[in-house]
Design a protein around this ligand. Sequence first.
Ligand code: CU
Length: 424
Amino acid sequence: MTVLLRCVLALVLLGAAPAFAATYDLVIDRTDVTIDGQARRVFSINGQIAGPTLRWTEGEEVTVNVTNRLREATSIHWHGITPPEAMDGVPGVSFAGIAPGATFTYRIPLKQSGTYWYHSHSGLQEPTGLYGPLIVAPRQPDPVRSDREHVIMLSDWSDGDPRTILSNLKFDSDYYNHNQRTVGTFISDVRRGGLGATVSDRLAWGRMRMSPTDLADVTGDLYTYLVNGKSPASNWTALFRPGERVRLRFINAASMTFFDVRIPGLKMTVVQADGNNVVPVEVEEFRMGPAETYDVLVEPGGQPAYTIFAQAQDRTGYARGTLAVRDGASAAVPPMDGPLVFNDGGLIRAAALAGEGLAYMFEDEAADDAAAGRLVRVLAPWCPLFPGYHLYHPSRRQTPPALAALIGTLRARLPLLAEHTLPQ
Ligand SMILES: [Cu+2]
């Protein structure tokens, strides 16, 4: 059978039927695809960036023929799947890799179910397009019930050669950070916090060899963030009928971007993480790191369209898609939240206060506050609109002891602290 014929067959197979115990043909090649209106040469799987969605079933043994049409060796690794070692697809560790022109046949008995993904484990091919979703249906009826589902694969695309990016980062890990602290921020910090505090802050960060603005090694200046291979302008769209319960399988296939994901107007119920069912948790937003997967349930209905909004953790760009009742419908794209920074207190998780610039959330206290349905947020002093720290907290009457203790600590530690009571 010619390669072309196999490829066509594979596409038919992958496109048409959720296959059972089947044989799959993946062809790895270089292909021109359009990203943001421009043709880009990508590494592709069956001609696409974000390869075809493989749908397997727990209990079957699948056969996957991977043909390498590149001029360099390649591989496919099944992320999160536990096949026999020789089928794991890590060159130099579990097999020799797939030479140019060769076909490697993977045989994988499936002993698990859930949302996973696959990607090249050779060189820097993954950031250039060699990744795809992998869904394994449970053998038993799925405890997560839904009326329909969509896969949402997030990634970061750069026109620059990833080898150049890597070498620049090795030369200087802040190479792409355009949000550095400067002599100017030093002077304004001295004015606000005093010379002693500012110098000891800089020394502390120096000792850690870190920067408080180092939230991403590579930013939206270089990256276009994609949903299923589509740029924000291309607006990947999936359909729903009002009242349906829709399962969204989020996969972060980015090479290094952390995304904060939300769907304005919809609550999301997280039902699975990294392929494992979890006790359902309702969230407004969740953060996902590279290679993580999260399955959520949503019940869209009140609006004809909803924006899936996944902003990069450093707020330099976002991936965007749409859930809609018909093709072409779209909803507003929210502005990105203000930039985040690490705080000086070590372990924090930054959270943006929508529309009000820089914000902090102290993670060690957050658990208590979240349990009580409250958040404490502190606006950083270098937000020009709000000189001095601004602390937002629930009314004193309703403040749990742990929160009161935190407020006391903040008062002692932060100069120029102004307090505000959050509306209940
Ligand atoms: Cu992986």
